[in-house]
Design a protein around this ligand. Structure first.
Ligand code: NDP
Ligand code: A1CAB
Length: 278
């Protein structure tokens, strides 16, 4: 089905590129069926065209009548203006998909024509290599067939989880922002490796392989994280010493706070844009 769909991105930034990269790699969506636009950065559009073979056009040349799925991929603060612009350009068969943090389906529905299908999505930048953990929540009017097609589209970018929209903030805290926490962690590992005399490229690869292996164990084995930790810890050994330092420096609390703070910010964005004081 996807090969007959035309998908347009309003926004040509990091997230749009990661999603396009994932889509193209599967071969399920022909590059010529993908259109990308932005407000002003022509260099960026040229790059998307050259790198992925997609169509890249100025905003005023976007062929709305050809579009099946319109993906909003600009910053959340641009949502209001964009929705009011596209409202009169869309027909009732087109689906609006938003990847914007904090923008709720009801926010979109209130600003579009009655009955317009909307789907809220939260991918992450690992879409680039088809390893995103992506959430989707359906708006009031999303039809089953379109929801299935959008899920198939998102599966080009990795794993997809259909969730209730009230879980979207916490999902954003864990998975939308999550890659950044692991990059941060790996950056610290690389730094300390370097301080101890290790080549930093080598330390980076070693840290990444370690995180990758640990993630793969969780994905492929039945054991819980606690059981997997148990398999590593020797009494009075190196891991016990490492974990003791993590606990002493509130490592667990730091992670919880990071996720919570991101989730809180997602909720705040919704409230700010709805005009509710926070
Ligand atoms: N980066 C990430 O990891 C994730 C991001 N998101 C969401 O994705 C969205 C985009 O983030 P990201 O790609 O990182 O941001 P970027 O700043 O990299 O890209 C934003 C893009 O939107 C364009 N743009 C801005 N305003 C408009 C507009 N009104 N109409 C069309 N295009 C516009 C910009 O170009 P120009 O200025 O030329 O218009 C630019 O190409 C955000 O809403 C974010 O919440 C969601 C999940 C993960
Ligand atoms: O930082 C942000 O707001 C966006 C949403 C999730 C990841 N990046």
């Amino acid at each position: 089905m996807l090969k007959h769909k035309t998908i347009a991105f309003l926004g040509a930034g990091n997230m749009a590129e990661a999603m396009i990269s994932g889509m193209i790699q599967t071969g399920k969506v022909p590059a010529k069926q993908i259109i990308v636009t932005n407000r002003c950065n022509q260099n960026r559009l040229n790059l998307m065209k050259e790198k992925y073979g997609v169509k890249a056009v100025p905003m005023n040349e976007l062929p709305y009548e050809e579009i099946d799925f319109l993906i909003l991929a600009m910053k959340p603060k641009g949502a209001e203006e964009t929705l009011s612009t596209v409202k009169s350009l869309l027909n009732s068969k087109q689906v609006v998909i938003s990847v914007l943090a904090g923008i709720t389906t009801s926010y979109m529905e209130e600003r579009l024509n009655p009955g317009q299908e909307v789907i809220r999505v939260m991918p992450n930048t690992s879409s680039m290599i088809q390893e995103s953990a992506t959430a989707m929540s359906l708006g009031t009017y999303a039809k089953d067939q379109n929801a299935e097609d959008v899920k198939e589209l998102l599966e080009c970018m990795g794993k997809v989880y259909v969730i209730e929209e009230d879980q979207m903030d916490i999902f954003t805290g864990i998975a939308g922002s999550g890659p950044a926490y692991f990059y941060y962690l790996m950056e610290q590992m690389e730094k300390i490796g370097k301080v101890s005399g290790m080549d930093n490229e080598m330390a980076r690869k070693i840290a990444a392989q370690t995180v990758y292996g640990a993630a793969k164990m969780i994905m492929e084995k039945e054991e819980t994280p606690a059981e997997l930790i148990d398999n590593i810890v020797s009494p009075n050994g190196t891991t016990a010493a490492g974990l003791e330092a993590l606990k002493k420096h509130n490592g667990g609390e730091a992670i919880s706070q990071a996720v919570n703070n991101a989730a809180k910010r997602s909720k705040e964005i919704s409230e700010e844009l709805e005009g509710v004081l926070v």
